[in-house]
Design a protein around this ligand. Structure first.
Ligand SMILES: [Ca+2]
Length: 515
């Protein structure tokens, strides 16, 4: 029994310890009165036991429940304890020998007593105090932990609140800023919309203006096209007009040419009339001198030197007696002492010197004006003695010069009126412009010059003692001032004014060498 009790105490201690440990795990101890229905009759050991009557059977069940309570508490430890009652024949094999023989009631009483004893045992208060202390400590620990947790939570909450407030304040500031910015943006948007409206209006105006200009442009283009077509038509008309005018001009030119020809004919007629007029004047002068029967006529002068010696020292017309006939001549009574019989004189181009051999032989022109005395008269005059020749020249610039030859002689017509000269002096060049070595006289119809393959009289015009063709021709064409330059067929005296200068006036005259 003592051993049994000690085992019981040991088991109770184990149970307490197990309960305590279980409480520490957060579970409550089940009250001992409660029974578990699940553990009822599943055990094979209990089912296999045979009971004699029902009451005994119920008591056995109660015992098994107690045993089970010990076996299957909240702990999972299993202890196999021997039955307190002696058991029947059925349990004989498993009943221990040292167990007291007892029936069911005894066992129950014993068990109750043991339990109460256990409860009253000193070990139970210790367990209870341990449990209480443990519970108190656990509660304290729990409350302390709760306090600590609460404080921590409060602190965290406070921090969160302050943080939230700060964030809220910042959010407010940001919101205010955002609102300001938004309002500014809205104002700008309004301004932009206003300016956009203005621009749209201006755009509309510009568009309408462009349309108007386009219309104008199209109108102008159509006008320009019309004008172009008109101008094309006008241009064609003008071309036709131009062609017509060109044909008119060509016909007019032909008419002008015919008129020029007629004019030339008329001018030649005019020259012939002038010649007739000069001849008439000469006849009149002759008649006048004959009527007045002046002393010029009464004497038989052989030249002007003879006249001069007779006391007539006035230049003018005198009649001299040459070859059994009287000849009116112009006497120069002033130049270099006077007494000069003039046989050539030019000063205004009134007499045409483009003549043939016969006219140069007999002479032409007006004695008071321009004239050529005639080669035959000059030959007969100069054959009366030894004569000198003087040539008087004047240019268009008012300069005058002379060429004088001490000896002058002329052959007759058979020798082509050859001229021989000696003793040159004067201001018209340092040397003679007239060939002195017996050059024959040439006209357009008598070529007596020294040019083998040319006719100088044809090229240089007039009648003259052409060499080949020489440095002089005082019977060339008379050119007025302004037209007298670069004229090879003009009135030329080379050593005075060059080969192509046509002089203004000339005079050729002879007088006796011993005058
Ligand atoms: Ca010739």
């Amino acid at each position: 029994l003592t051993c049994f009790f000690s085992v019981r105490v040991f088991l109770a201690l184990l149970y307490s310890l197990c309960s305590f440990l279980h409480t520490q795990k957060g579970h409550s101890i089940r009250p001992p009165s409660s029974s578990s229905s699940s553990s009822s009759s599943s055990r094979p050991s209990s089912s296999s036991s045979s009971v004699s009557d029902k009451k005994g059977e119920e008591e056995g069940v109660e015992k098994r429940r107690r045993l089970h309570r010990l076996q299957h508490g909240q702990c999972s430890y299993t202890f196999i304890l021997p039955e307190l009652d002696g058991g029947g024949g059925s349990h004989g094999a498993v009943v221990q020998r040292d167990s007291p023989p007892a029936d069911g009631e005894w066992s129950a009483e014993k068990l109750k007593r043991l339990e109460s004893t256990m409860e009253n045992n000193t070990l139970w208060p210790l367990e209870n105090s341990i449990q209480r202390n443990t519970r108190r400590e656990a509660a304290g620990l729990q409350s302390h932990a709760v306090h600590n947790q609460t404080a921590t939570m409060l602190e965290i909450g406070t921090n969160l609140l302050t943080h939230t407030a700060e964030q809220t304040r910042k959010l407010n500031v940001v919101e205010a800023k955002v609102l300001n910015h938004t309002s500014r943006i809205e104002i700008q948007l309004l301004e932009n919309s206003l300016s956009t409206n203005k621009l749209e209006k201006e755009l509309l105006l510009q568009t309408s203006e462009i349309d108007r200009l386009r219309d104008k442009n199209s109108v102008l283009e159509s006008k320009v096209r019309m004008l172009e077509s008109q101008q094309k038509g006008e241009l064609e008309d003008m071309k036709e007009e131009k062609n017509r005018l060109q044909s008119v001009v060509s016909t007019q030119m032909e008419a002008i040419e015919s008129l020029e020809k007629q004019l030339k004919v008329a001018s030649s007629n005019n020259t012939a009339l002038q010649r007739q007029q000069a001849q008439l004047l000469e006849s009149v002068h002759t008649l006048i001198s004959m009527v007045t029967s002046s002393p010029r006529w009464s004497h038989m002068w052989k030249d002007c030197a003879d006249v001069y010696r007779s006391g007539y020292s006035t230049s003018g017309l005198y009649h001299i007696y040459i070859g059994n006939r009287t000849e009116p001549v112009y006497c120069d009574m002033e130049t270099s002492g006077g007494g000069w019989t003039v046989f050539q004189r030019r000063f205004n181009g009134s007499v045409d010197f483009q003549r043939g051999w016969g006219e140069y032989r007999t002479g032409f022109g007006d004695v008071f004006g321009e004239h050529w005395l005639g080669n035959e008269a000059l030959y007969q005059l100069s054959s009366q003695g030894q004569y000198s020749l003087r040539v008087e020249l004047r240019d268009w610039e008012g300069n005058s010069a002379y060429a004088q030859y001490d000896r002058f002689s002329l052959t007759g017509e058979r020798q082509q009126y050859r001229v021989y000269l000696r003793g040159y002096s004067g201001t018209a060049g340092r040397q003679s412009s007239l060939n002195t070595l017996g050059t024959g006289f040439s006209t357009r119809d008598h070529d007596n010059d020294n040019c083998d393959h040319c006719k100088c009289a044809l090229m240089l015009t007039g009648g003259w003692w052409f060499d080949a063709c020489g440095f002089s021709n005082l019977n060339g064409i008379y050119y007025n001032v302004g037209h007298n330059i670069r004229k090879l067929n003009g009135i030329k005296w080379h050593h005075f004014r060059g080969p192509s200068y046509s002089l203004r006036s000339t005079m050729m005259m002879v007088r006796p060498y011993d005058f």
